[in-house]
Design a protein around this ligand. Structure first.
Ligand code: ADP
Length: 636
């Protein structure tokens, strides 16, 4: 027998170190993790056996078996699943197959995980949790589908290295043998094992069995008892989703959610229904009450588990949900799909499309019902997933209005912490108002103080506040109930006819002065014009109609995106006294040097107002200081 000694990858060493030295509560989750691995291995074998009959066990019955050896103090979890070969073992049990390893290790050291180590399961490193209770682990495995008895033995004491050797193994599948620590021997007791299984693994679809000794009446001697060994199944294996709603309690739904998602916070909403007609299937879906830690990672796997007539086909079937509902979890069990479906077939399957349409509609309808009938809970879900849901307005053209109806926005007409729907906005629009106004910002307070809102506030127009990074991208160009969405920091703006006429008159009257401003700022701005949105502030910068919103531009730049330099339009408030004074200087001496200084200062002020830096902060500060000295001179 050749034995190789190999080193764990660094992240496994760190993980084991933490696992062994800092996690003390809920150690029993190790058993859930091993059983879940065994069950996954069986699912894979069963799935592959549909096309490769060599993989089928002779008796065809899939099983997870627990064996205790009290003398040797070992606990063995065996399965007749897919098994592993040499390369598979080194890959699976020497590394962590998780791209967010750094985040994971950080999370592991966080208080939340230290107090709730059951969260570990979320990250897919369940196997190593066995080192919480074992000081040595031996894994014997033989890959299913091979005729010879060549197997592999993996062994480690969790100290940084492990050994791998070739062995003979009678049966296909995997045995995980835990050599229990002295103070963890309670896991040799049948009742302890049984209660952990009932608690965490009751819904596992394969029988989890153990040989137990019971006393029965002797058939030979009346009145005497004899001991017999019987195989007992500890889990109920019920496919919860196939039961009728009326048979299920809230607790059962919650337990199943935990089991399936490894999320230990109860879900915010359960959706359970049977579809009949063109497609027959059952869906048990959950909307979590908080976003999974990894939802923003690239390797986040979305989509419910897919079963065909109780047989699990896939862990995450992403073709059953649109991306913008990727937070929903659950199980979908179809009666129509063939058992041996491949990923490629699924992608072009009509049944899949029907199911996806039905599930999408059901989730959106449920959210809508919650918004009307259970607003507080809806708000909680919305805070977690609203940003994701919004993507649907852009990507799902056939449902964009239904999705838009689910959205909530802060607005200039309601208190902070409260929200407006688009429907409410439209109902409250002023007479003659044709567009839905919005302002993009990063913080509500700041956005509400924006000078861009002046005219809107004065004339009592409501403006929605968009605070999500993707908002401008999603909504520019979107029409809700025939009303266009319009950013108030973009394009020319005149709130009523009268105002427009006045603006045009001023534009004509002061044409020459405006030309001078344009000339002095020609390298900085695209255009200079009078503003229809200012009442108290002297000037502001706005984006051209088709340009990127300035907030969006800042955001993209902060994310490292290269953008072409974007020139904006300087808008001047013709009713501001400063403008009148500047015009007097202009009328007296068109070449006055003061004029140029003031015009540059005007531009810098506009930059400051939109949250940017003056073009030349040093020069800006000097000019202000000079003006203050002059003013102080006249004031004293
Ligand atoms: P996860 O199960 O979340 O992937 P684990 O650390 O528990 O993470 O297991 C790592 C990998 O080891 C599994 O993905 C699987 O490939 C392999 N593995 C673990 N247990 C078994 C088993 N009983 N049979 C076959 N493969 C297994």
């Amino acid at each position: 027998m050749t034995t190789e000694r190999l080193e764990f990858k660094t992240e496994v060493k760190q993980l084991l170190d933490l696992m062994i030295h800092s996690l003390y509560s809920h150690k029993e989750v190790f058993l859930r993790e091993l059983i879940s691995n065994a069950s996954d291995a069986i699912d894979r074998a069963r799935y592959e056996s549909l096309t490769d009959s060599d993989i089928l066990e002779q008796d065809g019955s899939w099983k997870i078996k627990i064996t205790v050896d009290k003398d040797a103090a070992t606990l063995m979890i065996s399965d007749n699943g897919i098994g592993m070969d040499h390369a598979g073992v080194v890959e699976a049990l020497g590394t962590i197959a998780h791209s967010g390893t750094k985040e994971f290790l950080a999370a592991l050291q966080s208080k939340e995980v230290k107090n709730n180590p059951e969260l570990i399961g979320q990250f897919g490193v369940g196997f190593y949790s066995s080192f919480m209770v074992a000081d040595k682990i031996t894994v014997l495995s033989r890959k299913a589908g091979k005729k010879d008895k060549k197997g592999i033995q993996w062994e480690s004491t969790g100290d940084g290295t492990y050994t791998v050797s070739d062995v003979e193994k009678e049966t296909k599948g995997t045995d995980v043998i835990l050599h229990l620590k002295d103070d963890e021997k309670k896991y040799l007791q049948q009742w302890e094992i049984e209660s952990v299984i009932k608690k965490y693994s009751d819904f596992i679809e394969h029988p989890i069995c153990m040989d137990v000794e019971t006393e029965v009446d002797s058939t030979l001697k009346k009145g005497e008892k004899v001991k017999v060994t019987e195989e007992k199944t500890f889990n109920s294996m019920k496919a919860l989703w196939l039961k009728d709603k009326s048979e299920l309690t809230e607790d059962e739904y919650k337990e199943f959610y935990k089991h399936m998602s490894h999320d230990f916070t109860p879900p915010a909403k359960v959706i359970h229904y049977k579809a009949e007609g063109t497609s027959e299937f059952t869906a048990l879906l959950y909307i979590p009450s908080r976003a999974p830690v990894n939802i923003l990672y690239k390797d986040y796997k979305m989509g419910p588990m897919l079963y065909v007539k109780r047989v699990q086909i896939m862990d995450h079937c992403e073709d059953l949900l649109p991306q913008y509902l990727r937070f929903a979890k659950g199980v979908v069990d179809s009666s129509d799909l063939p058992l041996n479906v491949s990923r490629e077939i699924l992608q072009h399957n009509r049944q899949m499309d029907i199911m996806k349409t039905s599930i999408t509609k059901k989730i959106l309808d449920t959210l809508d019902e919650m918004k009307t009938g259970d607003y507080d809970n809806y708000l909680k879900i919305y805070e977690e997933f609203g940003r994701i849901l919004k993507e649907g307005v852009h990507f799902d053209l056939s449902r964009r209005e239904a999705i838009a109806d689910l959205l909530l926005f802060p607005s200039t007409k309601i208190d902070a912490g409260k929200f407006r729907t688009l429907q409410e906005y439209v109902e409250n629009m002023k007479e003659g108002q044709e567009e839905i106004y919005y302002i993009v910002g990063t913080a509500l307070n700041e956005a509400l103080r924006s000078p861009y809102l002046e005219a809107f506030t004065k004339k009592d127009y409501e403006v929605l506040v968009f605070l999500d990074d993707i908002d401008d991208f999603i909504f520019s160009g979107f029409e809700y109930k025939g009303k266009k969405m319009k950013s108030i920091t973009k394009g020319d703006m005149a709130l009523d006819k009268e105002e427009k006429e006045e603006k045009d008159k001023a534009q004509k009257k002061y044409e020459k002065f405006i030309d001078l401003v344009k000339d002095i700022l020609k390298d900085d701005v695209k255009d200079v014009r009078f503003s229809g949105r200012l009442t108290d502030t002297i000037c502001c910068l706005v984006a051209d109609e088709g340009d990127l919103d300035p907030q969006m531009e800042k955001l993209l730049k902060s994310m490292g995106q290269e953008l072409p330099p974007m020139q904006r339009i300087l808008e001047i408030n013709p009713t501001h006294p400063l403008f009148a004074s500047m015009n007097v200087i202009f009328e007296n001496d068109k070449k006055s040097p003061i004029l140029e200084e003031y015009i540059r200062l005007l531009y810098d002020q506009a930059l400051v107002l939109e949250g940017s830096k003056p073009k030349d902060p040093g020069a800006f500060s000097k000019l202000i200081a000079k003006l203050m000295v002059e003013n102080a001179g006249t004031a004293s």
